[in-house]
Design a protein around this ligand. Structure first.
Ligand code: PLP
Length: 419
């Protein structure tokens, strides 16, 4: 598309946008009554207006029925995770049996590693991206130690080439090949939280499998952002949180994908709890764990109704809008932001790849001089990006509630600041 830096052009794109009405379904952050340009969906998505009613429903059932809400509630709590599975599976491109909503992200990452990181004396290495999100670094480090291994030896970090900010797919694939005899698992983010780079998960999975390794992904920054096809890509497992692009509230619940190839193997090692036990006989309280088939067999505890109620409400919107449509708008929105930022290239360097296939909605921008000052200025102009030391501003326009006029406003603020 040929973009134009004008209010009329931005408003025209908004008028043509079939998803534009979703903006009204969210509580926009306001300053002195004016909506801010919210660019922090990568960190905490905005609150869907439907969240409150979803919580109220469960509070009311609890108030009126007590324990009977497990059976007689509008959404019986005993089966609560079932109400989320199908729509969550669509968001990540999976079969319903391959997905379960439970726990929190880092806890789920550990649960998956218990099952899928089974090091042997020769095949024991974990490949991840350098400077991954700290929780992932700590998880991998302690997983190695859990198996009595030295993390410095067990973990291979993928590093960008000298002078580059992001990883080249060919270099990732070459590293997999280099370590083909010792590699147990590749576990990287679907989208890197810092650079905004989206990895070629399909190619990485194929390469990992070709050398006999497992491919797992942390989709914290990818779920609800990219058009994922986990089943078709033959990914082994994935985990994600729901409070970033999935707008399901601070500390919200998390999702897990287990490929059906693994989900129907009851003998697969795991850390179990009663909620993963065969549903038909869960309440017989018998000895001897018999897992449910599919990702559900990794559940530990009975459902956390309140965070899951919000997620349920949010997933309804994703289901209605469709990930493919959201992604189409997202490419346009981020493309427009990239176009607007080009005018300031002497001050700002975008480190996120320019290829739309290698990024989600986020652009990470290095500010060449006094970045924090620009960040503070943008906030005074009703624009809310996020700041990462030492010099990066991340901007994540999301297709569900950001509009093209938001992007135009960023350009206007930059013009006032620099020109
Ligand atoms: C946001 C994020 C986390 C946060 O983990 P929680 O367990 O939800 O606190 C972990 N890993 C990645 C890659 C993230 O982006």
């Amino acid at each position: 598309m040929n973009f134009e830096n004008s209010l009329a052009f931005a408003q025209q794109l908004d008028k043509q946008d079939s998803l534009a009405h979703y903006r009204n379904e969210f509580h926009l952050i306001k300053k002195a009554g004016t909506p801010m340009v919210y660019l922090c969906g990568n960190s905490l998505g905005l609150q869907p207006k439907s969240a409150r009613a979803a919580i109220d429903q469960e509070l009311n059932d609890w108030a009126e029925m007590g324990v009977e809400g497990h059976f007689d509630g509008k959404n019986p709590w005993l089966y609560y995770h079932h109400f989320l599975t199908e729509k969550a599976a669509k968001v990540v491109g999976a079969l319903p049996s391959e997905v379960v909503i439970m726990n929190n992200l880092t806890a789920n990452l550990h649960l998956m590693m218990v099952s899928f990181y089974r090091p042997t004396p020769t095949r024991y290495k974990i490949m991840m991206e350098v400077s991954a999100f700290p929780s992932d670094m700590y998880a991998m480090e302690t997983q190695a130690r859990f198996h009595g291994l030295n993390p410095d030896d067990a973990i291979i970090e993928l590093k960008p080439r000298e002078g580059e900010h992001t990883l080249r797919t060919e270099d990732i694939l070459a590293q997999i090949e280099t370590h083909k005899d010792s590699l147990a698992i590749v576990m990287i983010g679907g989208v890197n939280y810092y650079t905004g780079q989206a990895f070629n998960m399909q190619a990485i999975t194929v390469a990992a499998h070709a050398v006999g390794a497992i491919a797992g992904f942390d989709l914290a920054h990818a779920a609800g952002n990219l058009h994922l096809q986990l089943h078709d890509w033959d990914v082994d497992f994935a985990v994600w949180c729901t409070y970033k692009y999935l707008n399901s509230g601070p500390g919200g619940t998390s999702g897990v994908f287990v490929n059906e190839r693994h989900g129907n193997k009851p003998e697969l090692v795991r850390f179990a709890g009663w909620w993963g036990h065969d549903e038909q006989e869960r309440f017989q309280m018998k000895k001897g764990f018999k897992p449910m088939i599919g990702a559900a067999g990794w559940q530990l505890s009975n459902a956390q109704i309140f965070p899951m109620a919000i997620h349920k409400a949010s997933l309804e919107m994703f289901d209605e809008a469709g990930m493919e449509n959201l992604r189409k708008k997202s490419e346009l929105l981020t493309g427009y932001l990239e176009f607007i930022l080009k005018d300031y290239s002497q001050y700002l360097t975008v480190i996120t790849p320019t290829d739309p296939k290698q990024r989600g909605c986020q652009l990470s921008v290095i500010v060449k001089n006094e970045g924090k000052k620009l960040f503070d200025y943008l906030q005074t102009q009703n624009i809310l990006p996020d700041w990462r030391e030492p010099d990066v501003i991340r901007m994540s326009p999301v297709p569900m509630y950001n509009c093209f006029e938001d992007i135009f406003r960023i350009g206007e603020a930059l013009r006032r600041y620099y020109l």
